[in-house]
Design a protein around this ligand. Structure first.
Ligand SMILES: [Zn+2]
Length: 755
């Protein structure tokens, strides 16, 4: 199955200064479901049988764009009769069904395979897979020669349609050549595509002895399996021009020159053209096959056979030369209706089986009709459009009879009627013009009204959120243009920053239509999260409030609200999702909570006699306040006379906690009291302002206050009074002494200050 490199080719490195990755060429752009993809820009083949299952990293082709176009044109002509698009567009390959496509990789990377011009797997066109199993053309093994590369490509693609080689055998049925080298030379030198045709001009599909055996005839197409048209691979194109006089394409020959074209698509296809002559005229018919040039007819496949008949099917002239491809026939006509046929022809080297392809007709004549000749219409008419009919004339007609036949028939006697073409299809326009002196021939023009694409868009009029994208897919046409952006392709992923109208223009051949779709972008917004407090003590609460959107969800908890009171015990992260219409955004808020702590409170004694002094010790915080008393040391001294609960507030890192302790005071006998207690008393506050309180502990005796001059300022006899308040208003600021004495003349003196 390899296409061996028969020549010992020298290697020529062509410059690639015009190299482009984006050479988009389509041989039959209206066909999307069967594709032969010419892959020039490098390919990594993975997951295939090639290279023992190992990846093949094929470098891009190095040939020039000119040569790529040349290669593409040659291959297009080889596959012209079939319903397949020969393309360089990878998107066309990607969008085709996986079992209806083949990738031909043009590459100088042949070392992994060895010495061959190309290689393919039989039948691999329908193997499927993504990207699937390619076939190969090794340009370095073909001297980077465009003709050789095109021959190899059509040949290898032929293998992917299960074609085997066309071979030669001797009279004893012994194979003499695996690759049939063909016959002849120059313009009509021939070889089968499935043989070897590097040195032949006419390289075509062939019916001949296959490599399987001397008696196995392989019809490359149209026969029984194998073949291009077998197994659902490809079909012949629908016939473009009728085969006989009754179905012939009508030409308007009321002119000096006329150009037309068509395709011979099957071995039995004949294209018939009919015309009317109304004055004696000489007309020449020049028919040429498609080729890269019109001197050597390089790359041509079709050998034209031309025959001219009158309306009684009598053959008037023919051109069946065996040594050239084009035909040229001239004839002196008398008025009447005639037709000619174009067919594939044979030579001494080949039959007409493979003589398929495109042809171009050029008709020249003299002495055109005097009154009205060519009918003119818009160059391209699409369904739903109207056209103004016009004509060219050498005379001055004064009467007009127009008839337009097609899906509807319309007549008019206006000079320039406007005709509405509501449906696509073939229409025949005829005009009989006259004046008082003479009539013209009937001018006849056939026009093909194209189908106006009805374009729709999947994903149209969508609404997206800011910074999102959406995919638009256009339907109804073959090729598309997107504005703004001037993009091509049937689908686009768009991410407009503002609401945008996209105009999608699609065309089927010459008919174009457009549609506008709007991608609306929702307004951008920002979620703001505010809190009443950003740093909490354990047990405290705060209120979280979100703004900037229309609705909110607060997590954890899934609370749907814009505001929430929170009691975090530890530092926590809250996630707020805000929505406006269909768009949502998320923001986070961290609430810091200070570490928890415990205030400890101990007493030197918890059960005491009345008036005994004890100490209270607080710990666990940085600062403290005791109640009753309001003292702020961590250790305080108290001497309660009744049972008292002491409360301490401890503060750490601006958070406070409390603890308490109960001191039980018992009534003890005097013997149990220490002596100090008998005479001691407390003064507070000291220093004092407006008053001073004397805590006597239920003593009896006398209190005296003496100033620094030794003068007695205040005296009071005590009679079991517990607390004595002395009003200090109007007293002079300064130092005073308070003296306590009882009946036994026990004394105790304390100093205090009025400030
Ligand atoms: Zn081969």
């Amino acid at each position: 199955m390899t296409f061996k490199n028969i020549f010992k080719l020298f290697t020529v490195i062509l410059s690639s200064n015009c190299f482009s990755q984006n050479l988009i060429l389509n041989g039959n752009p209206s066909i999307t479901n069967k594709v032969i993809f010419l892959d020039f820009d490098g390919h990594v083949a993975v997951g295939t049988l090639w290279n023992s299952g190992n990846a093949v990293n094929a470098l891009p082709s190095t040939v020039s764009n000119t040569n790529k176009i040349n290669i593409w044109k040659r291959i297009c002509e080889d596959y012209r009769p079939f319903d397949v698009n020969v393309t360089t567009d990878s998107l066309r390959f990607n969008n085709a069904p996986a079992n209806k496509r083949i990738r031909i990789v043009f590459t100088p990377s042949s070392a992994w395979y060895g010495s061959a011009g190309g290689v393919a797997y039989l039948g691999s066109f329908s193997w499927g897979g993504n990207p699937g199993t390619p076939c190969w053309v090794f340009e370095n093994q073909l001297g980077y020669n465009a003709k050789s590369m095109a021959e190899a490509a059509s040949h290898e693609a032929g293998h992917t349609f299960t074609l085997r080689h066309q071979s030669t055998y001797n009279n004893l049925c012994v194979k003499t050549a695996e690759y049939n080298p063909g016959l002849g030379s120059s313009i009509t030198g021939w070889a089968p595509i499935m043989g070897v045709g590097y040195s032949k001009n006419i390289t075509v599909w062939t019916s001949g002895k296959s490599s399987v055996s001397c008696t196995t005839i392989q019809y490359d197409h149209g026969g029984i399996s194998p073949g291009i048209t077998s197994q659902g691979f490809l079909n012949y194109l629908a016939d473009d021009v009728g085969d006989v006089s009754a179905t012939a394409k009508i030409l308007n020959l009321n002119t000096i020159t006329l150009l037309d074209s068509g395709i011979i698509s099957t071995p039995s296809d004949v294209d018939a053209f009919k015309f009317t002559i109304c004055v004696n005229r000489y007309v020449s018919f020049n028919v040429k096959p498609w080729a890269l040039d019109t001197v050597n007819y390089d790359g041509a496949n079709l050998d034209i056979r031309f025959s001219l008949y009158n309306s009684s099917n009598v053959l008037l002239a023919t051109d069946t030369s065996l040594t050239r491809l084009r035909t040229l026939v001239g004839y002196n006509f008398t008025p009447g209706t005639y037709y000619f046929t174009i067919d594939g022809g044979r030579s001494s080297n080949y039959s007409d089986y493979g003589s398929l392809g495109k042809y171009f007709i050029s008709i020249k004549s003299n002495n055109p009709p005097a009154i009205a000749n060519t009918i003119l219409t818009n160059s391209a008419i699409c369904s739903g459009q109207s056209a103004t009919l016009n004509y060219t004339s050498n005379g001055t007609p004064t009467n007009w009879q127009w008839t337009v036949s097609g899906s509807t028939i319309t007549s008019s006697i206006l000079q320039n009627p406007i005709i509405q073409f509501n449906s696509a299809g073939l229409y025949t326009i005829s005009l009989l013009a006259s004046n008082a002196n003479s009539a013209s021939c009937i001018s006849i023009q056939t026009i093909n009204v194209g189908s106006l694409p009805s374009i729709s868009v999947i994903g149209s009029n969508s609404i997206i959120c800011p910074f999102e994208s959406t995919t638009l897919i256009a339907n109804g046409a073959n090729i598309y243009n997107w504005m703004p952006g001037n993009y091509s392709g049937f689908t686009q992923i768009v991410s407009p920053s503002v609401t945008t109208n996209y105009t999608i223009t699609g065309s089927n051949g010459s008919c174009t239509n457009s549609i506008v779709t709007t991608v609306s972008v929702s307004p951008n917004f920002t979620i703001n999260v505010a809190t009443t407090n950003s740093l909490l003590c354990p047990g405290q609460s705060l209120t979280l409030t979100a703004s900037g959107a229309n609705s909110y969800t607060i997590n954890p908890g899934g609370v749907v609200s814009n505001s929430l009171i929170l009691f975090p015990q530890i530092t926590s992260t809250y996630v707020v999702t805000g929505s406006v219409a269909l768009c949502s955004k998320t923001t986070q808020k961290v609430i810091n909570v200070k570490p928890d702590f415990t205030v400890y409170l101990t007493a030197s004694q918890t059960t005491i006699c009345a008036g005994v002094t004890i100490s209270l010790t607080a710990s666990g915080a940085n600062s403290y306040t005791y109640y009753p008393g309001g003292l702020t040391n961590n250790i305080i001294v108290v001497n309660p006379t009744v049972s008292t609960t002491y409360l301490v507030y401890g503060t750490l890192n601006q958070c406070s906690n409390s603890n308490q302790i109960e001191i039980t005071v018992q009534n003890c006998t005097s013997i149990e009291k220490n002596n100090d207690f008998l005479y001691d008393f407390n003064l507070f506050p000291n220093p004092a302002n407006n008053f001073i309180t004397i805590d006597l502990g239920n003593k009896t005796g006398t209190i005296e206050i003496i100033n620094t001059m030794g003068s007695l300022i205040f005296q009071e006899d005590l009679n079991g009074i517990n607390l004595l308040n002395v009003n200090l208003n109007n007293w002079t600021k300064g130092i005073y002494f308070m003296k306590y004495s009882n009946k036994n003349n026990n004394l105790k003196v304390k100093k205090f200050i009025i400030q």
